[in-house]
Structures are given as C-alpha cells and as structure tokens.
Design a protein around this ligand. Structure first.
Ligand code: ADP
Length: 191
C-alpha cells in the first residue's frame, strides 16, 4: 500500500495536490477537514467539531482519531491512501502508526509542502471568495490556524523525520510544477 501523509500549513495546497495524486496513483483521498465539513450539521458530533474548527482550533484528538479510523475502514480494498490534514498532533501520528500496523501496513512517506506565511494568508483570503468557508474569511481565524499549525502541528514533521520518511517540497510556484515535484519524489521511492 502507498500511504502518503500530505502535510503543510493551511493554504499550502494539500487539497489541490491531493486531487492529482489520487488520480495518478489511484489512491483514496481522506481529508479530515472535509470529513468534518460533511457531517450532518445538526448532529452533536458536527456541533462539537464546529465549536473548535470555527475558531481555527484543533478538534480534540480522541474524536479526530475515531473519525479518521472510521473513514479509512470504508475503503478496505484501497491501493493506498493520501492522508490530508491528518495527523496534526503527535498523538494522532502515533495512533495512525498503531492503526496501520494492525492492518499490516505503514506510512510510506510524509510529503511536506513548504510555503511562507505571507503567501498562505494571501491564498486563504483569495480562497474565501470561492470556498464559502467562514474560517477562510476572517484574518484573525486564519492567523489562529497558522499559529496552531506552528505550535501543535509542525512538530509532527519531526516524528516522521526520525523515521526517515520526511520529504520537504517547495510549495511555491505553478500548481503543475509542484505536482511534478511530488510525482518525482513518489516515483523515486516506488521504483
Ligand atoms: P486547513 O488545512 O485549510 O486549515 P482543513 O480543511 O484541513 O483546513 O481543516 C479545517 C478544520 O478542521 C481545522 O482548522 C481543524 O479545526 C479541523 N481539523 C481538520 N483536521 C484535523 C485534525 N487532524 N485534528 C484536529 N482538527 C482537525
């Protein structure tokens, strides 16, 4: 199985690049952010998740890990999975390792998209016009998401670095160019 953790701050281009990776390598794309947004808004789970995400804070690990595992379990025949927006804490990374180990597989690599903060803000403000996402429309919430990334999520890269699985990619440039950079890294590892 090809299990790719696609990593990077909000606005790094994880969703855009996931669509391309998914097609090329026939992978299942799981975005925890998308899963939270697709919950029935009247359900208790959606209300709970939204009470965190609306402010740009992380949803607690126990809920997020459960949601992720349920989602992965929907695709028992998958060739591989792109994990987009998960893991975002070290506890989530450990849980993913355990979960995959029990299935007889493991994370193949973490691809981390590196983009400077000013560029992230510019992209998110632009995205708000089409995404309709309230967390993109408010600069204070954007700043909080970036701070949360820097404080709680960025250390997750070290977790994979220690395992020799971290690949950093320049996330600035044309979308196609960035896709090519990612494909090249995956092909190097696959072949
Ligand atoms: P972005 O990467 O653009 O910030 P996402 O769509 O990945 O946005 O996630 C939106 C929100 O969903 C996050 O701000 C957070 O509140 C919540 N969320 C998504 N994934 C996780 C996760 N792995 N752990 C905790 N919260 C998460």
């Amino acid at each position: 199985m090809l299990n790719v953790v696609l990593f990077g701050p909000p606005g790094a281009g994880k969703g855009t690049q996931s669509e391309r990776l998914k097609k090329k390598y026939e992978l299942v794309h799981i975005s925890t952010g998308d899963v939270f947004r697709s919950l029935d808004p009247n359900s208790n789970l959606a209300k709970l998740a939204n009470s965190y995400s609306a402010k740009g804070n992380l949803v607690p690990d126990d809920i997020t890990i459960q949601i992720l595992e349920e989602e992965v379990s929907k695709f028992p025949q998958a060739n591989g999975v792109i994990y987009d927006g998960f893991p975002r804490t070290e506890a989530q990374a450990k849980a993913l390792d355990e979960f995959l180990k029990a299935k007889g597989t493991k994370v193949t690599m973490m691809i981390s998209l590196v983009v400077p903060e000013e560029e992230l803000k510019r992209r998110l403000i632009l995205r708000a016009e089409s995404s309709g996402r309230k967390d993109d429309a408010d600069i204070n919430i954007i700043q909080n998401r970036i701070n949360t990334y820097n404080n709680s999520t960025a250390p997750v890269a070290d977790f994979y670095k220690k395992q020799g699985k971290l690949i950093e990619i320049n996330g600035v440039g044309g979308i196609d160019d960035i896709t090519t950079r990612i494909f090249n890294e995956i092909d190097l590892l696959k072949n």
